[in-house]
Design a protein around this ligand. Sequence first.
Ligand code: PLP
Length: 411
Amino acid sequence: MLKTLPRHAAMEQFPILEGELHIAGKPISMLAAELGQTPFYAYDTKIIDGQIKRLRETLPASIKLHYAIKANPMPALLQHMAARVDGLDVASGGELASALASGMSPADISFAGPGKRLEELDAAIRAGVLLNVESRREVEALADLSHQLGLPARVAVRVNPDFELKSSGMKMGGGAKPFGVDAEEVPALLTRIGELGLGFEGFHIFAGSQNLRPEAIIEAQQQSYLLALRLAANAPSAVTSLNLGGGFGIPYFPGDTPLDLAPISENLAALAARAAGELPQAELVIELGRYLVGEAGIYVCRVIDRKVSRGQVFLVCDGGLHHHLAASGNFGQVIRKNYPVIIGNKASPAQTETVSVVGPLCTPLDILAERMELAVAEPGDLVVVYQSGAYGFTASPRGFLSHPDAVEVLL
Ligand SMILES: *Cc1c(COP(=O)(O)O)cnc(C)c1O
C-alpha cells in the first residue's frame, strides 16, 4: 500500500505519476538526467499561462497587468512574459536592459527603485521608459539629463503612502521608508516637476508584498486610489497612469490558503468605474511578481549523504541556501518555516520518516526543510522545493562557499 503524503492544497500544479513528480510532462529524474546536473530550477510555462489566464478572466479588462521582474528575471522567462502581460516593472539598470531585450515595448516599461544612478536615469530617458521618481534629487537629475539629451523624460511619482498594507510579508510603504516620496512632500514635488517641464504621467503606490488576505489588499488599493486622487489636484497635468501596486501572495506554509481573487476583482472594478469619472485619462495598473511565476517553479537538488546525528536524520544535499536563500528561511522570514518539499523521485513513498534537509554549506543557516515528514531517502534521490519560481536563483548568494552554480530551465 503506497502512502500519500499530506500535500499542500496549492501543490497540485505538478502531477505525480508512478511515484514521480512530473514537470511539463517529464518525470523529475528524467529531467535531471537530461540537464546532466543538479541543482537546478525548472519553470513550467503552462502554469504561468494558467495564472495569467485566471487573472485575465477575473480582473476587469481595463486593469493593466504588469510583471515585476525582480521576482524572476531569467531571460527566456522574461521573453515569455513580455508576450503575455501589459508591461514590465524594473528596478535597476540591469533589469531595464533585460526588459528591453525581452521584446516588451519601452512605452510599457516602468522603472522604480530608490537610489537610481545617473547612468540608469540616462539609459531610461534614452529608452523612453516611464521613471517612477523616488526623490527630489531624481527629479532635478532627470531635468538636467533630459535637457542635455534633448529628449523628454517620462515621470510618475512613487509615493510612500500614509498607510500600510496590513498583515503583509514585507511592508514597503507607510511610516519612514527609503521607498518613494512621503505623501505629504508630493504636492511640492509635483510643482517642481511642472516648473521643470518634465512629462508627468501619474503615480506609483506599492504598499507591500506577499499578502493572502483579500480585505487587506482591497483596503490598500482603495487607500492608494484615494491618495492618488487627492494628489492629482496638484499635478501639473492629467494623470494618465496610476499604478496601484500588487502584493498578491502565494501559499508557502502550512495553513496558507490561495488568495481569493473574486473580492479583489470586484473592488478593482469599482475603482475603475470611479476612475472613469474622476481620473478619466488614467490607466489603472497592478504589478505582480511572485503571483505570476512563484508557483510555476521548482528547485531540485540531490541527496549526497544521509547522516544520523544523535537520533536525528539529516539529508545533506548538493544545493541549499546559496541557491535558494528564501527556502532556507533567511530572506525576510521572522520565524523559520518550511517551504513545501518532497522527495521528487519517491513521491508516493511506502515509508516515510521525519528528517531535516540541509545543504552543503558550513553554516547552521543552510536548511531546506527542518524536521519534515518525507519519503525515506538515500544518496542520489532528488529533493524538490515547491513555490520556487520567484525570489530563488537571483535572490540567493550564489558565490557564498564557492560551490557549483545551479542552472535554470524554462519548460
Ligand atoms: C518587489 C516588488 C514587486 C513584486 O512583489 P511580489 O511580492 O513579487 O508580487 C512589485 N512592485 C514593487 C515596487 C516591488 O518592489
